[in-house]
Design a protein. Structure first.
Length: 293
């Protein structure tokens, strides 16, 4: 019953937002994000503490709180843009998204040359996958299932509406290898905390962060190029889609060492984007929760 109640509330929100003009819906999303910043003390405190770790020597508390607030507002806008993606997806793609370096990566994919995408919970990561599909290059996205299976099904239907596929994070390796073999690109979000059994520690803003080595393992085993890919917010409904040149892997022949070095390299790339656009990142996540004993 609780799952059904949560689902009906989310469904009601989805229908209501789709009845509104985008300008009104986006203001609501931004407002909801700001309310979360004001009322959700636990997540606000996590965001501010994370920002102190990252920028404590560079920014004062006023700047840090402002970045945290904008990060919450970005989360509200993500929800609105994602929920309106069926209605406005093609319009955003054609009019409101600036593409930088995109064609280099996906021209190869369209010719049957596969690739891996390095990305993060940054900008509007949900819309990024939709945009690739709208440009004729559907991808596979590895994601953790939502605890409520009814909402999980609804969200995955939206993610896959234009041709993308969603791979559950749980035991994903076999499915990932299968789709890569079929020449289907895979996007992996590499910026979340993980357990010591699943991750390795690499530097992130000067502090060890437990990180999944999955992308480095896949890149080293398959030899596929890795393209850093980020949808950077320029404003409500406006984005810049950046696909950098493929990352030059560090290969010595020592697999353990190579996995660690390249995972650190990927994480530094994410850090560089977060430094440039800090309000775009998900600061309310406990990135440094797992620590070395």
């Amino acid at each position: 019953m609780l799952n059904r109640l949560e689902y009906f509330l989310v469904r009601f929100l989805y229908i209501t937002l789709n009845l509104l003009p985008f300008s009104v819906a986006s203001r609501i999303g931004k407002g909801v994000g700001y309310l979360l910043f004001l009322l959700h003390k636990k997540r606000r405190d996590i965001a501010i503490e994370n920002l102190k770790v990252a920028f404590g020597r560079e920014k004062d508390i006023k700047e840090i709180r402002n970045i945290a607030k904008k990060s919450f507002q970005n989360l509200g806008l993500i929800l609105v843009e994602f929920f309106l993606s069926k209605k406005h997806g093609r319009q955003w793609c054609e009019k409101n998204i600036e593409f930088v370096g995109y064609n280099e990566a996906f021209r190869k994919y369209k010719k049957g040359k596969n690739c891996l995408l390095l990305t993060a919970h940054f900008g509007n990561w949900e819309l990024m996958g939709i945009v690739t599909s709208l440009k004729g290059a559907p991808i596979n996205v590895v994601a953790r299932p939502i605890d409520n299976p009814l909402i999980d099904e609804m969200i995955n239907d939206l993610r896959s509406y234009y041709g993308n596929k969603v791979i559950s994070k749980h035991n994903a390796l076999r499915e990932v290898l299968k789709v890569l073999k079929n020449n289907e690109p895979v996007a992996i979000l590499l910026d979340q905390n993980t357990s010591p059994l699943e991750g390795i520690f690499v530097d992130f803003f000067g502090k060890p962060a437990c990180t999944t080595p999955s992308l480095a393992i896949l890149a080293l085993r398959t030899g596929l190029p890795v393209y850093p890919s980020f949808l950077i917010r320029k404003g409500p409904g406006f984005h810049k889609f950046v696909v950098d040149q493929s990352v030059e892997l560090d290969i010595s022949g020592d697999m353990k060492r190579d996995v660690e070095v390249n995972t650190a390299k990927f994480t530094k790339i994410i850090e560089s984007y977060v430094r440039q656009y800090p309000e775009n990142w998900l600061w309310m996540h406990r990135r440094w929760k797992t620590q070395k004993n």
